[in-house]
Design a protein around this ligand. Structure first.
Ligand code: FE2
Length: 236
């Protein structure tokens, strides 16, 4: 499986590849957005590559996905403690959702740690509820695979915020969630893609292995090739 993963900023290298080096992108199967990208840009990339989009919303550009409905208490509750809609604006909103994609289970967690009254920010306990529910769904999936003698599916997570202690920062906005770390211990994903943390210098670490989980900050875009348990991460 080959994924184009994007987050946070529009990448000139990606636009250049779309216009002049299309062969670099021909073998991509899916597009994953880890948040904070404008809707127009997502549409431009998905229309150009003609591939399915799986996304989570970041803490910015939230209203473009959820609009005025965000103010309705029912929807608000659904967004905060529930899942995103399967089809939204031509993509699949992965927030709080567990999906089967080829031989993989994909899971998404949008938003960031709460740092002001803005939309789509979560306290640790709020995110923990969403994470626990996804964990339960994955356990059921694993049981079903066992019952029907199906091959065990590896897990890929896409989040906007980072995992606590990995690529995160001290300030509240950019601090990672502890429940993400607990999720890693519990279900041992193969790959965790996140955004939200901007790297000023290319020397900073953007990939970290925690036990068997490779955590990648996709800022601003990466091509990720997964072949069984081997993962190759490249810049465009
Ligand atoms: Fe962000």
């Amino acid at each position: 499986m080959k994924i184009l993963a994007m987050s946070d900023v529009e990448d000139n290298r990606l636009e250049y590849a779309i216009n002049f080096e299309h062969e670099k992108l021909d073998s991509i199967n899916y597009i994953f957005s880890c948040g904070d990208l404008p809707r127009k840009y997502l549409e431009y990339i998905t229309d150009s590559l003609k591939r399915s989009l799986y996304f989570v919303s970041g803490n910015h550009y939230v209203l473009q996905f959820y609009g005025n409905k965000f103010n309705s208490p029912k929807i608000l509750q659904k967004l905060y403690y529930g899942k995103g809609m399967r089809l939204r604006l031509g993509g699949i909103d992965m927030h709080g959702r567990v999906e089967i994609l080829d031989d993989h289970i994909i899971v998404g967690f949008g938003g960031s740690m709460r740092y002001n009254p803005g939309n789509f920010q979560f306290e640790e306990f709020e995110m923990e509820k969403i994470v626990r529910r996804a964990q339960t769904e994955i356990r059921w999936q694993r049981i079903k695979d066992l019952i029907f003698f199906r091959k065990k599916k590896e897990i890929i997570v896409m989040s906007h915020a980072p995992v606590e202690g990995v690529h995160d920062k001290e300030d509240r906005c950019h601090k990672g969630f502890k429940c993400f770390r607990d999720f890693i211990d519990a279900v041992k994903p193969l790959l965790w893609l996140h955004g939200h943390v901007h790297f000023e210098g290319q020397m900073k670490t953007q990939q970290t292995l925690i036990e068997q989980t490779l955590i990648v900050n996709v800022y601003s875009s990466k091509i990720i090739e997964i072949n069984k348990c081997e993962i190759l991460v490249k810049n465009i």
